[in-house]
Design a binder for this molecule. Structure first.
Ligand SMILES: NC(=O)c1ccc[n+]([C@@H]2O[C@H](COP(=O)([O-])OP(=O)(O)OC[C@H]3O[C@@H](n4cnc5c(N)ncnc54)[C@H](OP(=O)(O)O)[C@@H]3O)[C@@H](O)[C@H]2O)c1
Length: 285
């Protein structure tokens, strides 16, 4: 069975991280294909606002607030979605992010929460949907990863570990189950403008994200559909020859940090870290 059949009327998609940032755009693009879409994230109000906006455009959308860092939350989420909205044909593991704080200054538990959100939750959700997908003989799992690890983006130790882990996880999952109708794709994102964490941070610091160095959030959403339709293994979403850039970073591990220094990313991240420290100080005082 062609995995593209997970798109269309009568098919159910679960999209995590759909309350804000890039997730709502991914959900919109999938809903446009005719799928029933279930949105999840922690914030009920934001999920409701996204769901209402999509419904106004004729989409079949519902939402279920869940904190994916909590134990057993992912398993319970899948059970509830399958009970209320039918079997999940398409899972998009998009929820993720990084607190943009120094590894040594965060507690071990804070670091482990980053791993939980960005790696353990996608893995657990995939495990929870896989049995049903294999029984039905079709399904697709899309994981949203990042170039952070490859470019050694400053102060993203655990985030980078999780996102690189997600690339390896997707590669093996795809290899093992594609022959039985269940495929997997990973999108490896560079900096994204227009929506999401990178844009919010830039706005907070009064920085402009240059279009020549960033991809749009809409491009990510379109890339999700493209990855499913053409059953792509890995898609690098960044301007220019993304896959080549990623390969160059792997071949020359010093290249990423050098580019970060020259492009000003290291200095910018230092500012971000300082502002996070201040926010944390205000929050705690
Ligand atoms: N934006 C970029 O430049 C960029 C670059 C590379 C990769 N990425 C990846 O792209 C994906 C989307 O990023 P984004 O920029 O759109 O991030 P974002 O704007 O910060 O949105 C993150 C989403 O994840 C949800 N989320 C966060 N913590 C959660 C938790 N504990 N349980 C359940 N849901 C949770 C948030 O919803 P609630 O707050 O309501 O829980 C929100 O919907 C992430 O995987 C990110 O790592 C982004």
């Amino acid at each position: 069975m062609k995995t593209s059949s997970v798109l269309g009327t009568g098919r159910t998609a679960l999209v995590t991280g759909a309350s804000r940032g890039i997730g709502p755009l991914i959900a919109r693009e999938i809903a446009r294909e005719g799928n029933r879409v279930v949105l999840t994230g922690r914030s009920r109000e934001e999920l409701q606002a996204v769901a209402y906006a999509l419904r106004d455009n004729g989409a079949d959308v519902s939402f279920l607030p869940t904190n994916l860092v909590q134990p057993w939350a992912a398993e319970a989420l899948v059970q509830t979605v399958e009970r209320e909205s039918g079997s999940i044909d398409l899972l998009v593991n998009n929820a993720g992010g990084d607190p943009q704080r120094e590894f040594d200054r965060m507690t071990l538990n804070e670091n482990l929460d980053i791993l939980q959100l960005n790696l353990v939750a996608p893995l657990t959700l995939s495990h929870s949907v896989l049995g049903g997908m294999l029984q039905r003989g079709h399904g697709h799992i899309v994981n949203i990863s990042a170039l952070a690890g490859r470019v050694a983006f400053p102060y993203t130790e655990v985030y980078a570990a999780a996102k690189d882990g997600l690339i390896g996880f997707t590669r093996v999952l795809r290899n093992d189950y594609r022959g039985r109708g269940v495929s997997a794709s990973v999108l490896i994102l560079g900096p994204i403008r227009g929506a999401g964490q990178g844009q919010r941070t830039a706005d907070q610091l009064g920085l402009k994200l240059p279009p020549f160095a960033t991809a749009s959030a809409e491009a990510v959403a379109r890339a999700v559909i493209d990855a499913i339709r053409h059953d792509r293994a890995e898609v690098v979403v960044m301007p220019g020859p993304g896959r080549l850039m990623k390969a160059a970073m792997d071949y020359f591990p010093g290249l990423g940090p050098a580019i970060n220094r020259i492009s000003g990313s290291t200095a910018t991240m230092q500012k971000v870290i300082e502002s996070r420290k201040e926010q944390n100080h205000v929050a705690l005082s």
